[in-house]
Write a new protein. Sequence first.
Lengths: 450, 123
Amino acid sequence: MTTPQSHPAGTTPRTPRGGAEERPSASALRLEETVRVEGASVLATLTRALGSLQLAEDAVQEAAIAALRAWPASGIPDDPRAWLLVTARNKAYDILRRESARPSKENAAALLPHTETTPDTAAMALDQLEPDSSVRDDMLRLIFTCCHPALAPEARVALALRTLAGLEVAAIARAFGVTEQTMAKRLVRTRQKIATAGIPYKVPDDAELPERLPAVLAVVYLIATEAHSPSSGDSVANIDYGREAIRLARLIADLMPGEPEILSLLALLLFTSARQPARVSSGGGMPVLLADQDRSLWERGMITEAVGLLNEAVRRSSGVAGPYQLQAHLAACHAVAPTWADTDWGRIVALYDLMLELGPNPAVALNRAVALGERDGPAAMLAAVDAIDGLGRSHLWHAARADALTRLDRRDEAAAALRTALDLAVAAPDRALLTARLQELTGPRDDPPG
Amino acid sequence: MAVYAALLYLPASEYFETPDPGVAHKPSDSFQQFMAEAIPAGVIKSGEALYQPEMATTITVQGGKGGDAIVTDGPYAEAKEVLGGYFIIEVADLDEAIKWAAKMPPAFEGGKVELRPVLLRQR
């Protein structure tokens, strides 16, 4: 499958519409996509003009609904962003008028939290809005506001999915496993915090950027992590997290070209995503571990692009690799290895050592132990696993012990470790995998060792 | 402009030396340094240092307004970090408030600074 690449807001190339080869569902999808991508940039511009994320979001939401209603018949306008901006502006007028007409003006005031903004000045700001005034800066402002470190990480993720990715509240609620009402309340609270705590709507200056960028990249990374291993529940929610994360990373990379950690993060996401077709077994359901994946299923185009991005990141980072670059190097080691056995485990162990220099991290130490096992054998792996503190409640730690013990032919201990892992695992795919391994281990004894 | 209360929390075990009543408290060198920078910048609207929590008296009124005042010694619960003082600051936005908060000594001397936006009062 070729996924359409996202482009910086406002520069989506126009493709011929209504071609005979297009099925209605495909064009409907593209229409929705256009509304989402352009909607985010319109939201950014409107937020700048109004000084209120809440009001801007309400207006853009209404404009999006209008577009989804009008465009199937009229076709996507030549300049969808301009269409949406004009419509959203009019909706904002309507909302302000509606709220001002109420007996109490509290609501209009609540929508415009800044004391210097009144419904009148907001209307003036709307009048002066130029359709194409610096979309790039508006998007950057929105990104840094939504990903401000003063917001809780989950709140940032939810808000980014809503404002930057333009997803419906209902879809985000499903993904978080909460009701739509609960998610709507959380989003309102987050916007309230932005307004009342005085989180500025501005791009950090160059001096501040190194401090602020990690919070932005963490949001993208969290979205991607959720894509790779949903933390709980039976099925992955309706959001294609992997695609959303790559889209956001591309958007940020386009807005801030040359930031090495952004390039590295995008490379990392592409490396990981390229493996996706090989991650699900043909029977479905059970994840296929990296060691067992059919590497011919990996998407080579993505890997090539990721290698190029990573090289560019290395070139621009003047010898100091950031945390995402280290992770991207790791992913690259796997991506270019012909088989699991023929992987450069020495380099992988060295990369994990560099990561651990950034600070103690039991999860990284566990991965290092696995790599060490491939380089130096199961006894070394077991010793390294046992040396890690603080993972007693993690099924991954017990599964890794089981793996080392199995390879040392200490089968009873391995089975016990697998049972403990099974007690601790929550996500259904993880449980299926552990169950299968336990059956394999405790099955007929005369099986030739695998 | 936005107004914040910067609440200064100190580790309970490292509360500053409190003087006897009537004797003026001399701020530590690090606080004097901070104020030498913040006061000319026009950031600080007000601020005070507080005696330690053991000197506190806590009051609740039972049975609604005018009811019995229940007076107890000290704070409600033992806390690892205790409020040691506050500044009221006026700055452009949260980013600027964070910059100043990071310069307040408790933030880098084992305590922490909590920034609370101040509610706009109805006139």
